[in-house]
Design a protein around this ligand. Structure first.
Ligand code: ATP
Ligand code: MG
Length: 265
């Protein structure tokens, strides 16, 4: 059985997409088979990986709609997985039409388990890790991500208001676990964009570690302009050879080691 990890936080701009891409690439460098799912209508992960929407292949919205409406995926399903050469990683793209999912899912049977059923197709079976890049909300799409996953990584930017909403998210994860998905657990809270030069960043990270203890990853991701540079070039931070760009890459590689250790499977 594969590890399905949702990278989730309803707060926007905390590093979910950057973490999904770079943790995914770091896991492939450890020899793991990884597929990334862009589960956000903003499609930032798809554009990070240079997705060309003229390719005509089905995206995650079409897979979700087909499963919700027909209860199965037809033979074209496998072509939703795209291989990104530059980063040597597989992913399923998204587009703005995924924002219509709220509508068609409202009429679907067992609407929170549609993604789980999509990911149960044979062609997802060969992956060691499936990482789901969630959108910043707590609606029906993220309920689908939490129902499909067995682990959640919560990126948190240690700054004012970071804690607001975190308790709410952890409560929702507990509710999903006790109702529809008993195998769900928080894999870890990940401090991102950490800036040790500011008191706010240091104090908020310390408070996170005091409140959430070992649930917070030992590893953290520093703030660096290299993150934006990586998304512009479409090349993971973990693959940069130029010394200038290695710090975040090394941090994501260390995180990948910790994720592998924390995986029960
Ligand atoms: P959304 O909620 O909109 O989906 P997100 O949580 O996925 O956002 P990202 O898109 O990964 O967040 O990051 C938001 C912005 O912060 C991007 O411009 C990204 O390049 C930048 N960023 C991500 N990680 C870091 C970092 N470690 N240091 C500095 N900037 C970063
Ligand atoms: Mg994002």
């Amino acid at each position: 059985m594969k590890n399905v990890i949702a990278v989730a936080n309803q707060k926007g701009g905390v590093g979910k997409t950057t973490t999904t891409v770079n943790l995914g690439v770091a896991l492939t460098l450890m020899g793991k088979k990884v597929c990334l799912i862009d589960f956000d209508p903003q499609a930032n992960l798809s554009s990070y990986l240079g997705y060309d929407d003229k390719a005509g292949t089905p995206n995650i919205n079409e897979m979700m709609a087909m499963m919700a409406q027909c209860g199965r995926i037809d033979d074209k399903g496998k072509s939703c997985i795209i291989h990104n050469e530059k980063n040597n990683i597989d992913y399923v793209p998204s587009d703005i039409n995924l924002s219509s999912a709220e509508f068609y899912l409202s009429q679907a049977l067992a609407r929170e388990s549609v993604l789980k059923r999509v990911l149960s197709a044979d062609y997802f079976g060969g992956y060691d890790y499936i990482l789901i890049d969630c959108l910043p909300s707590l609606g029906v799409l993220n309920m689908n991500a939490l129902t499909a996953a067995n682990g959640v990584i919560i990126p948190v930017q240690p700054q004012k208001f970071a804690m607001d909403g975190l308790r709410w998210l952890t409560d929702i994860i507990s509710q999903v676990k006790s109702t529809v998905n008993p195998s769900l657990g928080i894999m870890g809270i990940l401090p991102t964009m950490v800036d040790n030069t500011t008191v706010m960043s240091r104090e908020t990270e310390a408070a996170l570690r005091e409140i959430y203890g070992d649930t917070v990853f030992e590893n953290r991701i520093s703030r660096s302009v290299d993150a934006a540079y990586s998304s512009q070039t479409g090349k993971s931070l973990c693959l940069e050879t130029n010394a200038k760009h290695t710090k975040l890459g090394e941090e994501y590689k260390a995180l990948a080691e910790e994720v592998v250790k924390r995986c029960i499977l």
